[in-house]
Design a protein around this ligand. Structure first.
Ligand code: ZN
Ligand code: MN
Length: 140
Protein backbone atom coordinates (compact mmCIF):
# COMPACT_ATOMS: atom_id res chain seq x y z
CA UNK A 1 0.00 0.00 0.00
CA UNK A 2 1.36 3.44 -0.84
CA UNK A 3 1.62 6.08 1.82
CA UNK A 4 -1.16 8.30 0.41
CA UNK A 5 -3.62 5.43 0.51
CA UNK A 6 -2.53 4.77 4.08
CA UNK A 7 -3.03 8.40 5.14
CA UNK A 8 -6.54 8.31 3.67
CA UNK A 9 -7.28 5.12 5.54
CA UNK A 10 -6.01 6.47 8.85
CA UNK A 11 -7.99 9.71 8.41
CA UNK A 12 -11.14 7.72 7.62
CA UNK A 13 -10.76 5.96 10.95
CA UNK A 14 -10.35 9.32 12.69
CA UNK A 15 -6.63 9.12 13.44
CA UNK A 16 -4.42 12.18 13.47
CA UNK A 17 -1.48 12.06 11.10
CA UNK A 18 1.59 13.40 12.85
CA UNK A 19 5.05 13.49 11.23
CA UNK A 20 6.21 10.95 13.82
CA UNK A 21 3.37 8.57 13.11
CA UNK A 22 3.96 8.93 9.38
CA UNK A 23 7.68 8.19 9.78
CA UNK A 24 6.92 5.07 11.82
CA UNK A 25 4.49 3.87 9.13
CA UNK A 26 6.95 4.54 6.32
CA UNK A 27 9.79 2.79 8.11
CA UNK A 28 7.92 -0.35 9.11
CA UNK A 29 5.96 -0.74 5.88
CA UNK A 30 9.17 -0.67 3.84
CA UNK A 31 11.16 -2.95 6.15
CA UNK A 32 12.20 -6.42 5.08
CA UNK A 33 14.08 -7.50 8.21
CA UNK A 34 11.12 -7.93 10.60
CA UNK A 35 12.13 -5.22 13.09
CA UNK A 36 11.16 -4.98 16.75
CA UNK A 37 9.37 -1.87 18.05
CA UNK A 38 12.56 -0.97 19.87
CA UNK A 39 14.63 -1.08 16.68
CA UNK A 40 12.14 1.23 14.97
CA UNK A 41 12.18 3.55 17.97
CA UNK A 42 16.00 3.72 17.99
CA UNK A 43 16.16 4.39 14.24
CA UNK A 44 13.73 7.31 14.48
CA UNK A 45 15.05 8.77 17.72
CA UNK A 46 17.72 10.86 15.96
CA UNK A 47 15.28 12.53 13.61
CA UNK A 48 12.49 12.79 16.19
CA UNK A 49 14.10 13.30 19.61
CA UNK A 50 10.69 13.55 21.33
CA UNK A 51 9.40 10.24 19.97
CA UNK A 52 8.42 7.66 22.61
CA UNK A 53 8.38 3.89 22.51
CA UNK A 54 4.68 4.08 23.40
CA UNK A 55 3.98 6.09 20.23
CA UNK A 56 5.84 3.47 18.20
CA UNK A 57 3.79 0.65 19.75
CA UNK A 58 0.52 2.54 19.32
CA UNK A 59 1.21 3.18 15.64
CA UNK A 60 2.33 -0.41 15.00
CA UNK A 61 -0.81 -1.76 16.65
CA UNK A 62 -2.90 0.67 14.63
CA UNK A 63 -1.40 -0.70 11.40
CA UNK A 64 -1.99 -4.20 12.71
CA UNK A 65 -5.64 -3.46 13.46
CA UNK A 66 -6.02 -2.09 9.93
CA UNK A 67 -4.71 -5.41 8.61
CA UNK A 68 -1.58 -3.85 7.13
CA UNK A 69 0.98 -5.36 9.45
CA UNK A 70 1.67 -8.72 11.03
CA UNK A 71 2.86 -8.92 14.60
CA UNK A 72 4.94 -12.03 15.11
CA UNK A 73 4.99 -12.87 18.80
CA UNK A 74 7.45 -15.42 20.18
CA UNK A 75 7.51 -17.56 23.35
CA UNK A 76 10.18 -15.31 24.91
CA UNK A 77 7.61 -12.49 24.66
CA UNK A 78 9.52 -10.64 21.93
CA UNK A 79 7.60 -9.37 18.92
CA UNK A 80 8.66 -8.63 15.37
CA UNK A 81 6.71 -6.71 12.76
CA UNK A 82 6.18 -7.67 9.13
CA UNK A 83 4.46 -5.63 6.40
CA UNK A 84 4.22 -8.71 4.20
CA UNK A 85 0.73 -9.93 5.07
CA UNK A 86 0.38 -12.61 2.39
CA UNK A 87 1.11 -16.24 3.37
CA UNK A 88 4.83 -16.94 3.41
CA UNK A 89 7.26 -19.03 5.41
CA UNK A 90 9.50 -17.49 8.04
CA UNK A 91 12.91 -19.07 8.39
CA UNK A 92 13.96 -18.04 11.88
CA UNK A 93 17.40 -18.45 13.45
CA UNK A 94 17.04 -19.63 17.04
CA UNK A 95 20.33 -18.08 17.99
CA UNK A 96 20.56 -14.60 16.42
CA UNK A 97 16.87 -14.09 15.69
CA UNK A 98 17.33 -13.32 12.02
CA UNK A 99 14.10 -13.88 10.09
CA UNK A 100 14.08 -14.53 6.36
CA UNK A 101 11.05 -14.88 4.12
CA UNK A 102 10.43 -17.76 1.81
CA UNK A 103 7.70 -17.03 -0.64
CA UNK A 104 6.43 -18.84 -3.74
CA UNK A 105 3.21 -18.82 -5.72
CA UNK A 106 3.10 -22.58 -5.31
CA UNK A 107 3.08 -22.23 -1.54
CA UNK A 108 0.31 -19.63 -1.67
CA UNK A 109 -1.84 -21.89 -3.85
CA UNK A 110 -1.24 -24.96 -1.69
CA UNK A 111 -1.86 -23.03 1.51
CA UNK A 112 -5.09 -21.52 0.17
CA UNK A 113 -6.20 -25.03 -0.79
CA UNK A 114 -5.41 -26.44 2.65
CA UNK A 115 -7.27 -23.62 4.38
CA UNK A 116 -10.22 -24.18 2.06
CA UNK A 117 -10.20 -27.93 2.72
CA UNK A 118 -10.18 -27.33 6.46
CA UNK A 119 -13.09 -24.97 5.90
CA UNK A 120 -12.10 -22.16 8.22
CA UNK A 121 -11.54 -18.45 7.85
CA UNK A 122 -8.04 -17.67 9.15
CA UNK A 123 -7.56 -14.66 11.38
CA UNK A 124 -3.81 -15.04 11.67
CA UNK A 125 -1.69 -17.20 9.38
CA UNK A 126 1.84 -18.16 10.32
CA UNK A 127 4.34 -20.65 8.94
CA UNK A 128 7.52 -20.71 10.99
CA UNK A 129 10.63 -22.77 10.35
CA UNK A 130 13.33 -22.66 13.05
CA UNK A 131 16.97 -23.15 12.18
CA UNK A 132 20.51 -22.14 13.05
CA UNK A 133 21.64 -19.81 10.28
CA UNK A 134 24.98 -20.35 8.49
CA UNK A 135 26.64 -17.54 10.41
CA UNK A 136 25.56 -18.92 13.80
CA UNK A 137 26.54 -22.46 12.80
CA UNK A 138 30.04 -21.21 11.98
CA UNK A 139 30.37 -19.45 15.34
CA UNK A 140 29.27 -22.47 17.34
ZN1 ZN B 1 21.72 -16.85 13.32
MN1 MN C 1 7.97 -12.09 6.66
Amino acid sequence: MDIHHLITKLREKGHKITPQRLAICELVLSSKDHPTADQIYKKLKQKFPTISLATVYQTLHLLKDLGLLLELGFPDCSARFDPNISPHIHIICLKCGKIEDYETENLKEQWAKIVKDIGVEPIIQRLDLYIYCDKCKKNQ
